[in-house]
Design a protein around this ligand. Structure first.
Ligand SMILES: C[S@@+](CC[C@H](N)C(=O)[O-])C[C@H]1O[C@@H](n2cnc3c(N)ncnc32)[C@H](O)[C@@H]1O
Length: 339
């Protein structure tokens, strides 16, 4: 469980005291036992994990030294990587990290280091890793800071615009609509398909005129712990098809054998944050939680990476290596090199 090396961070990033306490953030509540049980059994299948890991090793395999699996969860990728080479799995959830090392062969166990820490404040010395992977929607977890220019000049900040989309009647009839969720668009009012977040191929300055983006602390930390020329593979959702799907179906009800996931989604165009409320059911166990995810266009994310010291090498649209297409690709898989 020993990280390759550790040392204090002295790079101007937030100190531990500046970070909101983990218990105040949505993630520890969302990424719990039921998330692991349901996702590992039904959604993040062994085949899918194998394909993703092969892709990641194709991108990072040539990087010398230790790899870092950032926000590694219960280690589905790190376990496969550790069959071949040394990897550190970092996650905020200690129980997940225990599971990541459970049942491995002695050799793989020796190669899989695990570190529980916050991704915004990595407990590693500069240049500790040859490659970093951050897979499956693990970036964008931190909401914009309240210290916008408007807030600091004591003006009322502009209220975030929350768009509420029509509900499929099935949920309405079943009485699952929560209180306050009472502004529905009729079928006729429904806005025609339009990109809510247009893809921006050019590098405009990220968040120009907006509140600082705390998610950039994560990218700066990745740059700090990577060796020069080291590579960073990051997967992020492609906002255009995701928001089109959410617009069509702001509520989702998945039934998988004895497990159920019920989601409802809302998108705030002001902050570009996709909010979610989830109910997980697994047999007799039930858990209410939710998440919020800052969505980035390709232009925004590549600009953010560049501003943190990276050169973009390629952007793929899925783990088969298809070219990224802004309208249809389910994700952006960006490989960036540390300058
Ligand atoms: C969507 S899961 C992805 C896990 C893994 N990469 C995978 O593909 O299965 C995101 C992970 O981020 C972790 N996480 C959330 N907030 C974190 C933080 N501030 N620092 C480190 N890890 C965090 C969660 O515990 C969770 O395991």
């Amino acid at each position: 469980m020993k990280p390759p090396s550790s040392g204090p961070t002295s790079n101007g990033n937030p100190s531990r005291d500046d970070l909101p306490r983990a218990s105040e953030h949505w993630a520890p509540n969302f990424f719990g036992d039921l998330y692991e049980r349901i996702y590992s059994r039904h959604i993040l299948t062994a085949d899918r994990t194998r394909e993703e890991t092969e892709f990641a090793l194709g991108e990072l395999g040539g990087c010398p030294g230790m790899l870092l699996d950032l926000a590694a969860g219960y280690g589905r990728h790190a376990r496969l990587v550790a069959r071949k080479r040394a990897v550190t799995a970092l996650d905020i959830n200690l129980a997940y990290l225990h599971n990541a090392r459970a049942g491995l062969s002695a050799g793989a166990k020796a190669r899989l280091h695990a570190t529980a820490a916050d991704m915004r404040l990595l407990p590693f010395a500069p240049s500790s890793f040859g490659g970093v992977m951050m897979l499956f929607n693990s970036f964008g977890y931190f909401p914009p800071e309240a210290t916008s220019p408007a807030a600091s000049s004591h003006e009322q900040p502009t209220a975030p615009t929350r768009e509420v989309w029509r509900l499929p009647t099935v949920f309405y009839e079943r009485g699952l609509a929560p209180e306050g969720f009472n502004v529905y668009q009729s079928e006729n009012d429904a806005t025609p398909e339009k990109p809510l977040v247009p893809d921006e191929p050019t590098d405009r300055a990220l968040n120009e005129g907006e509140a600082p983006d705390p998610n950039l602390a994560v990218l700066r930390e990745v740059a700090r712990v990577l060796r020069p020329e080291g590579k960073f593979l990051i997967e992020a959702p492609n906002p255009a098809p995701l928001l089109a799907a959410v617009r069509r179906n702001p509520r989702r009800h998945l039934v998988m054998e004895r497990s159920i996931i019920e989601d409802d989604f809302f998108f705030d165009e002001g902050t570009k944050v996709l909010g979610n409320r989830t109910r997980f059911v697994d047999g007799k166990d039930m858990h209410h939680c939710g998440y919020s995810l800052r969505l980035y266009t390709r232009g925004e994310l590549t600009a953010a990476l560049r501003s943190c010291g990276f050169v973009i090498e390629q952007t793929k649209g899925d783990y088969t290596g298809s070219a990224y297409e802004s309208r249809t690709s389910p994700m952006m898989l960006i490989t960036a090199r540390r300058r």
